[in-house]
Design a protein around this ligand. Structure first.
Ligand code: BGC
Length: 419
């Protein structure tokens, strides 16, 4: 029996996706970049697990193409989410679909997202709607994309239109996904389009995204003060390897840059904090991410440390005192050998944080279905539901059933303690 910390019926239990990663057939800056870079990416030879080597050497792996076709299969996917015990679903609207040319909105595409939202309401899934998840229309990029401050207003026009068209079906909005991850991957590490190495561009992009969040927050709240609006923030848990003053100082600096910097800038424009939690940095001297012999690794080689989500929640809650939704948390695990354990440990750690006073109001696992993992392509498998990309068949993994049973146990425990 689980202890009753999760807030009864109101807790958001669910999963998340992003349009470009699951819908298939998008036309945006990423699709162009994928065409130009697929062969280069397929020739990379490092960090690929044994089972994925063949797929990772195929250029097709790096082109989102038809993908999982969630655009057409969304009812089936949402039905499965519901059967797996979820009561919420985070997804993104693909800006390039609804506004294919500047100022020209496509009514059929808007109707598609309206129908999807209506369907979610009908079957009892609370929508959490992301307005921008890393992909932009080609016309926006041609004008300089997020590097150009004047373009922020173009995004806000789109936000206003979505609010006007879909707002009656939405309560939870996420304006922007992971401003720091996007700006550094695209403008510093050159791993994502437009793939440059410029500190100044990184800085500008980050600040334009934060500005876009703030203005969007204001326009959404002005339209309806009952909306709950946030952005999704990717923050690592930074921990010292050995206790000494220098290591502690490094952790302090990392926390200020990676955990607090963005939140501090927009803290007056957040109704809750959307937290995407994937990483733990173990700090020793100037080595920020020491590998330990005890580390468990995901298929992507990322350290798996689910026990740190609770301390992370406590750190963030102590500073901002705002409700938190985990808007992403998951593991690339094609064989599904760690995911059940991972989810169990994660929820236990969240539960402890709640006992210590954290106001956690939702947990959305990444991801509902297997998806296109950006520059890694299709081989990393994050889904609770496995997708066969040939037949498009969906098959819940055993861990999806573990998650379902944990949702039931935690929900029962919390209703029995609150009643
Ligand atoms: C992103 C997702 C991505 C996930 C796993 C997050 O940073 O928002 O789009 O698939 O991490 O890498």
């Amino acid at each position: 029996m689980k202890t009753g910390t999760f807030n009864g019926k109101d807790f958001l239990w669910g999963s998340a996706t992003a349009a470009h990663q699951v819908e298939g057939n998008t036309i945006n800056d990423w699709t162009e970049w994928e065409k130009a870079n697929a062969h280069r990416l397929a020739s990379r030879r490092f960090g690929i697990p044994e089972h994925a080597v063949g797929q990772a050497q195929d250029a097709g792996n790096y082109q989102s193409g038809n993908g999982a076709q969630h655009y057409d299969y969304y009812k089936q996917d949402l039905d499965l989410a519901k059967q797996l015990g979820h009561n919420a679903y985070r997804f993104s609207i693909e800006w390039s679909r609804v506004e294919p040319a500047a100022g020209h909105f496509d009514t059929e595409q808007i109707a598609h997202y309206r129908e999807k939202l209506q369907y979610m309401r009908q079957i009892g899934l609370e929508p959490v709607v992301t307005l921008w998840h890393f992909t932009s229309p080609l016309w926006f990029v041609a004008r300089g994309g997020w590097l150009n401050k004047q373009n922020v207003s173009l995004f806000v026009d789109y936000v206003c239109r979505m609010e006007h068209e879909l707002g009656d079906l939405v309560k939870y909005w996420i304006t922007i996904n992971e401003p720091r991850v996007y700006s550094t991957m695209a403008y510093l590490h050159a791993e994502w389009p437009p793939a440059s190495h410029s500190l100044i561009s990184t800085w500008r992009t980050l600040h334009n995204l934060l500005l876009a969040h703030k203005i969007s927050y204001k326009v959404l709240k002005a339209a309806n003060s009952n909306y709950l609006v946030s952005f999704s923030h990717n923050a690592p848990y930074n921990v010292v390897h050995k206790h000494n003053i220098f290591n502690k100082l490094v952790v302090w600096v990392l926390n200020h840059f990676l955990v607090y910097y963005e939140l501090d800038r927009v803290k007056n424009h957040l109704d809750y904090i959307g937290l995407n939690f994937y990483f733990t940095n173990v700090v020793t001297g100037l080595k920020f991410n020491k590998s330990l012999s005890t580390d468990l690794l995901s298929d992507l080689g990322w350290r798996v440390a689910p026990q740190n989500i609770g301390p992370m929640l406590e750190l963030v809650y102590a500073r901002y005192k705002k409700p938190i939704i985990i808007t992403e948390n998951g593991i690339a695990d094609a064989k599904d050998s760690l995911r059940s354990w991972f989810i169990t440990q994660t929820l236990e750690s969240c539960s402890k944080a709640m006992q210590n006073g954290v106001n956690l109001i939702g947990y959305l696992h990444w991801s509902l279905i297997d998806n296109f993992e950006w520059a890694y392509g299709f081989w990393p498998r994050f889904g609770l539901i496995e997708v066969d990309y040939q037949t498009l068949q969906r098959k819940p993994r055993p861990s999806a059933l573990t998650y379902k049973s944990l949702i039931e146990q935690y929900s029962q425990a919390s209703t029995s303690t609150t009643s």
